[in-house]
Design a protein around this ligand. Structure first.
Ligand SMILES: [Zn+2]
Ligand SMILES: [Zn+2]
Length: 145
């Protein structure tokens, strides 16, 4: 399934003017296979052995290119630790308060919350983000010991 999505993303990139390089291919492949919502630093660490000339800044710049092409989503947390998501359709995230792991969670979009927010505030709402916090199964095990 993830290789199918990777192929779709590669096709989508081909239709833009983004040039495919071995580095870009490797970054995309990691993003689509890992499903961990990695930071630029996570990707850098995973690939630095294969691309000794690559820097974290290169990884980040490539992620920006993918984001502009609409094939990845950036989850910002107010500092430099943006996480990148290869699933660009709407979904929610469950986040571990201990290890920071982010897991996808599919639930019907809460459109009525957006409608209500528009009514109450007069904003023109275009998006919302909901995050659920707790302890992941492996951290629960650690806490029991
Ligand atoms: Zn955890
Ligand atoms: Zn996600």
């Amino acid at each position: 399934m993830s290789t199918h999505r990777l192929q779709d993303a590669l096709d989508a990139l081909k239709s833009t003017r983004v040039r495919m390089t071995p580095q870009r291919h490797a970054i995309l492949e990691f993003l689509f296979e890992s499903m961990i919502h990695p930071t630029a630093d996570d990707i850098y660490k995973a690939l630095e052995g294969r691309f000794p000339n690559m820097s974290v800044a290169t990884v980040y710049n490539n992620l920006r290119v993918f984001k502009e092409a609409g094939i990845v989503k950036e989850l910002t947390y107010g500092d430099s630790s943006s996480r990148f998501d290869s699933i660009t359709s709407d979904h929610y995230h469950v986040i571990c308060s201990d290890c920071g792991k982010i897991v996808d969670f599919h639930y019907p979009g809460l459109d009525e919350v957006e409608t209500l927010a528009e009514h109450v505030t007069g904003f023109r709402v275009h998006n919302h983000r909901m995050e659920i916090y707790g302890y992941c199964p492996s951290c629960q095990k650690k806490l029991e010991h």
